[in-house]
Design a protein around this ligand. Sequence first.
Ligand code: 7TS
Length: 412
Amino acid sequence: MSTLSQFDVLALRREFPILQQEVNGKFVAFLDSAASSQKPRQVLDCLEDYYRRYNANVHRGVYKFSEEATFAYERARGKVARFIGAASPRELVFTRNATEAVNLVARAWGDANLRPGDRILLTLMEHHSNIVPWQMLAARVGAGLDYLSLDDEGRLVLEELDTKLTERTRLLAVTHQSNVLGTINPVSYLAERAHAVGAKVLVDGAQSVPHMPVNVQELGCDFLVFSGHKMCGPTGIGGLWARREILEAMPPFLGGGSMIKVVELDHSTYADVPARFEAGTPAIAEAIALGEAVDFLNRVGMSAIRWHEFELLSYALERLAEVTGLTIHGPHGTEQRGGVISFTLAGVHPHDVAAVLDSEGVAVRAGHHCTQPLHRRLDVPATTRASFYIYNTAEEIDRLVAGLEKAKRLFA
Ligand code: 7TS
């Protein structure tokens, strides 16, 4: 692998305490960042700093801790909003994760806007969290679901837009990058097509926001969802971005404290956005630490991160081509493809592959990766998946390849 990365990977690795540990005498090659990323020291310090120095609830106290917590929480909202190109922090709702953000849209926007006979267009590569909430919505309102198919390299069959995108389609919900295939979808084109028939567009950015520059204005979508834990932030915090006028027209999802203006005995009026969608005490430390994660990612540079992963992907595809019996499920080239590689090894169960790799200190995930419809399309019950992030190196890919050869020796 060439060393064209625009940052010093080994220096960056040292910022991740978990990667400094040895397990069974080896450093762990962590190749499962698509499931959840590791956290740099500054994010860990930020969490602790909140609890040690100014822990208090937000948006209520007039005392110093609460004011500082409120300021930090809202400053984090601004950082995250800017990170994705939002026009205003008011367009950014903190949620628990991408899943909760999709459910919020399905409940708040979907229930108010969909009618019997309406259609929701999805794709066969969606994560369950971008399928199940729409199935539930469809069942509530009497709408139907359509799915864009995939070609044999795991790319969307765009010709189907001509028939599957109709004036009955109210929403296109599509992942920006597949968590299994690595395919990067042409979101701005899809948004243009969907808008032409009057449909709204939700982009699942769970696998793109952590890995490439993402700007909602350029994507042209109406909703973007993402998870903090996949982008060097803590668990329990994520985001929903929505166009201001859409968000302002949406009724609340959950009722409770913080989301109201006036509560009478038999009815209430609701707070302005985004507070309307943040009922109850939020994940304060986590939101602030997500802002810190955004600072970290900005320091490294999102274009540099994308480039680093592209280099790892190119090297991995080259090395994995040497492994006989290996099938890669996803685009064969590096074009419009992110750093996620799912594969099957002839004659070895994907879980056994993962177990052998684990014994070599290589952490990967095996299973259906919450994409059962996709695995049915691929016609395999499960795959093994390696996914890359800023801290991964070519040497770790060499260890992956060596581990696969060992799995073949053990099981063939
Ligand atoms: N959308 C995509 C594309 C994802 O990859 C995931 C999580 C989600 C949504 C849901 O994110 P959550 O934070 O709300 O759970 N994907 C994975 C994965 O590939 N392995 O573990 C989680």
